[in-house]
Every structure is written in structure tokens, then in C-alpha cells.
Design a binder for this molecule. Sequence first.
Ligand code: SF4
Ligand SMILES: [Zn+2]
Ligand SMILES: [Zn+2]
Length: 310
Amino acid sequence: MTVCNCGALGEYKDPFNPYSLDYCSSCFSAYLEKKILRGVPRRVRGQHIAVAVSGGKDSLVLLNVLYSYQNELKLPSLIALVLEEEIPDIQQERQKIIQYLHKHYPDLSINIIKYSELFGHTLPHLVTINDSKKLGFTPCSICGIFRKQALFQMGLQAGVDFIALGTTLEDEASTIILNIIRGFPTLSPTQNSYSNNSNIQRLPQRIKPLARISEDLIRIYIRIKNIPIISQTCPYAQRSLRSEITAFISTLKDRDPQGSFLFNILKTKNDSERKTSFPQNTYHCTRCQMISHHSLCPSCRILSNLLKSS
Ligand code: SF4
Ligand SMILES: [Zn+2]
Ligand SMILES: [Zn+2]
């Protein structure tokens, strides 16, 4: 039987830390919270911040920690941004999560917006159009671009300086691998590139306090704190290349339980961003007015492809 420093039963360890102690549930929670807070950049202190809340475990853990440590971080406000793709089963579960947020986080502002309000169509409808016209987008590529855009739009409307995303170590590593496979450039307006046009309002900056934290630790925290999460898997997840990359990431974790492979993948991105960070031209999208590096923003480009008559 292992014993925690506090004398209670030591049930949990951090597999990614070779020097990890055995923790009881309450010391493990404090350990992980400290780790997450270290991922919050110092420049965020005292600023207006929003958390993108999908209803999954990662975003809810991030929200719980930022909400609990609002005073320590000197955050004047905290807003949850909830984007509803309007996928029926997930929608039902998300309603329950929103009720939970209202009950357990009384000082939290919750801004909810539906896909159809922002883009005129639900995600399932856009996927149906894509499939019937055989346009070849995957549901996740449509969803990913629209979600980024929607969060920026919601963040601008709420007047926040930063949007915190619940991107974990595994998510970050799989995105880097996906971008390499697709030949995407390292910087896009959705990352923290900066504008060389001072007349255009700055987009809120995205921060990822969980980017060096494994989802294995997040899962333990969720269990300890008994936070409800959306349990359904998105019906489109299996169609994405990311699901195969996720399986590959699991294999990497089996071969290297301390996660050095994943941290090395992250390092390549940080190195290349340092080399390629440069100011970019920014415009207002000619259709939706959103800030973009092109005259038509990525969402409007996809929408015009989907909706043009075949
Ligand atoms: S699995 Fe794909 S389509 Fe479903 S919510 Fe995630 S990104 Fe969107
Ligand atoms: Zn303890
Ligand atoms: Zn646009």
C-alpha cells in the first residue's frame, strides 16, 4: 500500500513524471491544478479571458481550474464560449452540461451560439450537402474551420483579450502530425500571428494551458471531481484522418510511457514557429467582415463551395 505525503492512501501517480510521488485524490488534484496554472502565460494575468467549452473533459477541466483560481490569476472576468454544432445527440447532452455550469459556476458568464445562427446552417446540414455533392471535405475539416472562426467571432463580441482552449498534449501532437501530412503552413490567422494593419482590430489570442498535459491526467481529475462530460462520441469522428493519428499517438504512448516522443513533436512546432513568425496582411472578409489573411475568410470560402449550385 502506498501512502501520500499527507498520510492518506496514495492512489494516483503522474506517469509522465519519473519523479512522481503517490498522491491521494486531493493532493493529485492540487498537483494537476498547479501544473495547469503553469501553462497559463503571465501576460494573461489581469486580462479578460474566455474559455472555449465543448462539453468534453479537457475544456471542462480547464474551465474548472481557471474558475477556481480566478483571484490568483487576477482575472477581472471569465466567460465560457459554447458553440453548438447542432448534432442532435450531442446537443441533448450539452444542454445538461450547460445546466451544470449554471449551477456550479454562478459567477460565470456563458455565451452560447448555434452554428445555424452564425453560418445559416447546422453542421449536419453542411455535411449532408458536402456528401451529396461529393465535394470531398471531411466533416472535421468543415467543423474545425467553422469552430475556429466562430470562437474568434464570439471572443471579439465578448471583448476578451484571450481565448483559452482545452488542447491537450495528445491533441497538440496529433495536430502537428496532421499539418505535416497535409503540408499546411505553420502559421495561420487562427494561430497567434500578428497583423501589420493597425486599422484592423486584433483577434483575441489563443492560449493552450493544457498543451503539455496528457489527457490521462485530465481523465483522473474528471473522475476525482465528478464533473459530468459529454459521453457521446461525435458521429463524424471516425471519418477523420485525426482518428487514425490518435491511434498512432496511443501506440507512441505505449512504447514511451513518459511521453518524450510527444514532447519532441511539440518541440518541432515551437522551433519552426520561432523561425517563421512574421507579420501578415489582414483584411476584413468581403462577405462576413471577419478578420482574415485573405479577402474571403476560410469559412466563407468553404460555404461558397458548399452552396454554389452544381
Ligand atoms: S469529431 Fe470532427 S465533426 Fe465532430 S465535433 Fe469534432 S471536429 Fe467536429
Ligand atoms: Zn494527499
Ligand atoms: Zn467570411
